[in-house]
Design a protein around this ligand. Structure first.
Ligand SMILES: Cc1cc2nc3c(=O)[nH]c(=O)nc-3n(C[C@H](O)[C@H](O)[C@H](O)COP(=O)(O)O)c2cc1C
Length: 402
C-alpha cells in the first residue's frame, strides 16, 4: 500500500479531487488530504475526511499537528505528493518559494516526487506569468499532468481544464511503480539537424522535436534509463532524461554510437539527408567572382544514414530499432521499403500534411505503425498519444521476449 498526500487548492475543480480520492482508495492506496483555505470555500473538508478516511489538514499553526512539526512530517510520511487541482495562485507561490500556509509550506519543504494537475481559466493558463512559473517548476523536476482542452466552468473554451481523474491516476501509478521498462536503456533522437554552409548560414528543416521529446519523456516515466540526442529545438527537455545537444547529422551519429549499447533505439529526429560539400570559412559573398549574381550553386553531399548505420552495426545492435519516416506520397509503400533498406524492426510513417498543416511544430500527428508483417493506422492523434502507443508496443515486445 502506497501513501499519497493530496494537496487541494481553491479552484472550481476542487470537487473533482473527491473522485481522485475514491480512485486512489479503490486501488488500495492510502490518501491524506491537505486543503488550502480557498479550497474549503469550494468543498467541505468533511467530504475529504469521509472519503479518505483520514484526518484532513488545513492549518499551519495547528497546535496538535505541529507538536510533530506536521508540515514536514506529512511529506516525509508520503510516497508521493499530488497537487490537484493546482491553481494559478499556488503555482505562482511555489515558483517564488512562498510558504504562507500549510499547503505551501509542505510544498516548499517537500522531498518527495510531486505530481501537479493544473486547473484554471484559459487566459490564466496562457498568461506569460503562469507560463514562466510552469517552466520554472518543470525545471525543478516536478511532473505535470494536463491541463486538458475544452469548455471551462466559466463558459470559455481552451486549455486549462484539470485532466481526467483516470489520466491523473495513470500518472500516479507510473510514479509509484518501479516501471515496466526499469532496467532497460533507451536512446531517442529528436529535432532537426542543422548543416552549416558558411559561418552564418545553414540548411535545416522545420522539425520541432515535439514527437521525439514526448517519446523520451514516456520512456523515462516507464522506468527506462533514457538518453535523448537532440538537434536545436525551442521546447523544454523532458525530466529525468540525459540530454546531448548536437547540430549536424554527423554529430548526431557520433552521439548515437557513443550511447550504444542500448535495448531500445528510436530515431525520431528529422536528419538532413544532405550537407554542403564544403563549408566556406568566410561568409559567402553575394557577388561571387564577379560572375552571374542571379545564381549561386551549392554542391551538396549525402549525410551518413544514422538509422541504417545503427541498425546494421555488427557490434551492440540495439534489441529494438525503430525508425520514423515522413513521406509526401505513397506513404506506406515508401515506408515499408525504407524499413527493409535500413534493416530496422519497426517504422512509424508520418503523413506530411493534415488539413493543410504540416506535422512539424504541430501537437497532432497522423501515423501508421509498421512491422515486418503488420500495419496499423493510428489515425490523427496527439504526439503524446503516439508516444504512449509506441511505448505500449515496446513493453509488449520485451514482455514476450522474456
Ligand atoms: C468561483 C471561483 C472559481 C475559481 N476557480 C479557479 C480555478 O479554477 N483556477 C484558479 O487558478 N483559480 C480559481 N479561482 C481563484 C482562486 O480561488 C484564487 O486565486 C485563490 O486565491 C486560490 O487560493 P489557493 O491557491 O491558496 O487555493 C476561482 C475563484 C472563484 C471565486
Amino acid at each position: 500500500m502506497k501513501k499519497i498526500l493530496l494537496i487541494v487548492s481553491g479552484g472550481i475543480a476542487a470537487y473533482r479531487a473527491l473522485d481522485l480520492i475514491r480512485e486512489i482508495k479503490r486501488r488500495g492506496d492510502d490518501v491524506t488530504c491537505v486543503l488550502t483555505k480557498s479550497a474549503t470555500q469550494f468543498v467541505q473538508p468533511l467530504s475529504f475526511g469521509a472519503l479518505s478516511q483520514n484526518k484532513v489538514y488545513m492549518d499551519l499553526f495547528d497546535l496538535e499537528s505541529e507538536t510533530n512539526i506536521g508540515h514536514i512530517k506529512l511529506s516525509r510520511d508520503a510516497d508521493l505528493i499530488v497537487l490537484a487541482p493546482a491553481t494559478a495562485n499556488i503555482l505562482a507561490k511555489m515558483s517564488y518559494g512562498v510558504s504562507d500556509s500549510l499547503a505551501t509550506s509542505i510544498l516548499l519543504a517537500n522531498n518527495k516526487p510531486l505530481l501537479i494537475a493544473p486547473s484554471m481559466n484559459v487566459k490564466m493558463w496562457n498568461n506569460p506569468a503562469t507560463k514562466e512559473n510552469i517552466e520554472k517548476l518543470k525545471s525543478y523536476g516536478h511532473i505535470f499532468v494536463g491541463p486538458d482542452e475544452g469548455e471551462m466552468a466559466c463558459g470559455e473554451v481552451g486549455s486549462g481544464k484539470m485532466s481526467k481523474v483516470e489520466d491523473i491516476y495513470k500518472e500516479i501509478e507510473l510514479l509509484l511503480s518501479p516501471g515496466p521498462l526499469k532496467g532497460k536503456k533507451a536512446l531517442v533522437t529528436s529535432g532537426p539537424t542543422i548543416e552549416p554552409i558558411d559561418p552564418v548560414r545553414f540548411i535545416s528543416n522545420r522539425s520541432s522535436g515535439k514527437q521525439g521529446h514526448a517519446i523520451a519523456d514516456r520512456l523515462s516515466k516507464l522506468g527506462a534509463d533514457t538518453h535523448l540526442i537532440t538537434g536545436p529545438v525551442n521546447i523544454p527537455y523532458p525530466e529525468n532524461v540525459l540530454v546531448t545537444e548536437v547540430n549536424t547529422a554527423e554529430e548526431m551519429l557520433n552521439a548515437c554510437k557513443e550511447s550504444i549499447p542500448v535495448d531500445i533505439s528510436i530515431f525520431a529526429a528529422a536528419v538532413s539527408d544532405w550537407k554542403a560539400s564544403e563549408i566556406s570559412k568566410n561568409k559567402i559573398k553575394k557577388s561571387i567572382n564577379n560572375q552571374n549574381d542571379d545564381e549561386m550553386v551549392l554542391t551538396m553531399m549525402q549525410n551518413p544514414d544514422i538509422l541504417k548505420t545503427i541498425s546494421e552495426t555488427n557490434t551492440n545492435r540495439p534489441k529494438l530499432v525503430v525508425g520514423f519516416t515522413l513521406e509526401t506520397e505513397n506513404l506506406i509503400k515508401s515506408a515499408r521499403s525504407k524499413m527493409l533498406n535500413k534493416s530496422c524492426d519497426w517504422m512509424i510513417a508520418n503523413s506530411h500534411v493534415q488539413e493543410n498543416q504540416s506535422v512539424f511544430n504541430n501537437d497532432m500527428n497522423e501515423v501508421s505503425f509498421l512491422t515486418n508483417n503488420s500495419e496499423e493506422n493510428w489515425g490523427l492523434i496527439s504526439k503524446q498519444c503516439v508516444a504512449e502507443n509506441l511505448c505500449n508496443k515496446i513493453i509488449k515486445f520485451f514482455d514476450s521476449a522474456a
